[in-house]
Design a protein. Structure first.
Length: 231
């Protein structure tokens, strides 16, 4: 087997295993790329909500990022929860030379806020302009001021063609952005990568639809191997 491409996820943990870095790394593995990670925050999280958030200090985030970039041939960077305006600026500065998939996670589905006005302003000013692809949902798109961007892929909104009847959708956005990043790393153009990511997410949602995990909105499937062709 040839050496796989590397995708770096910069995001928060999810103790329930449904979203954040748990979803990122599982998706990368399912789609045949090597996942590296930089932890920006630790969350106490389950299917019912986010109960606590502990941001990682900026110097520790920077040290993780420097370690990965100095050692591994990162093909694509994917971001999730960044936690602070300083981290947003750090990622924009250190990763602008790489293909960059920005999932601007500003609020959890259950209502917890991951980003205040300062963080949103940093996204607008620093990160969105250097991103290759941005994957906001409808609410995030509004919060960012309806950015005009050639790599805009609006997700999880009323016009999304990926709808599957299920309450087990925790981590859907993270999974979608990670799948898109994985396909970019495998050499697919943005439009094709977005289509393949949407198909992957729909497939995984159909798998998890009958699951009974947790007391809230259960996770999108990450434990069941997919038969999606890796092209």
């Amino acid at each position: 087997m040839s050496t796989p491409p590397v995708v770096l996820a910069i995001a928060a943990t999810d103790s329930g295993g449904g979203a954040g870095l748990a979803a990122d790394l599982a998706t990368f593995a399912a789609l045949g790329v090597h996942g590296a990670c930089v932890v920006t925050a630790i969350t106490a999280q389950d299917t019912t909500g986010v109960h606590a958030i502990h941001p990682i200090p900026l110097d520790v985030v920077a040290a993780q990022l420097d370690a990965v970039l100095a050692d591994l041939p990162v093909a694509v960077v994917k971001t999730g929860v960044l936690g602070s305006a300083e981290v947003v600026r750090l990622v924009a500065e250190r990763c602008a030379h790489l293909p960059l998939v920005v999932d601007p996670v500003l609020r959890a589905t259950t209502g917890a806020t991951f980003a205040g006005e300062e963080v949103i302003a940093a996204y607008r000013e620093h990160l969105v302009p250097v991103a290759t692809v941005i994957t906001p949902n409808a609410e995030e798109y509004d919060a960012l001021g309806h950015p005009v961007h050639p790599g805009l892929v609006l997700t999880r909104g009323p016009t999304t063609p990926r709808h599957v009847e299920t309450t087990n959708d925790h981590g859907t956005g993270c999974t979608h952005a990670s799948a898109l990043a994985a396909h970019l790393a495998r050499g697919r153009p943005i439009e094709e990568a977005a289509d393949l990511a949407a198909a992957f997410v729909a497939h995984q949602l159909r798998i998890s639809a009958p699951w009974e995990l947790g007391r809230g909105r259960g996770p999108i499937a990450h434990t069941v191997p997919t038969r999606q062709e890796i092209r």
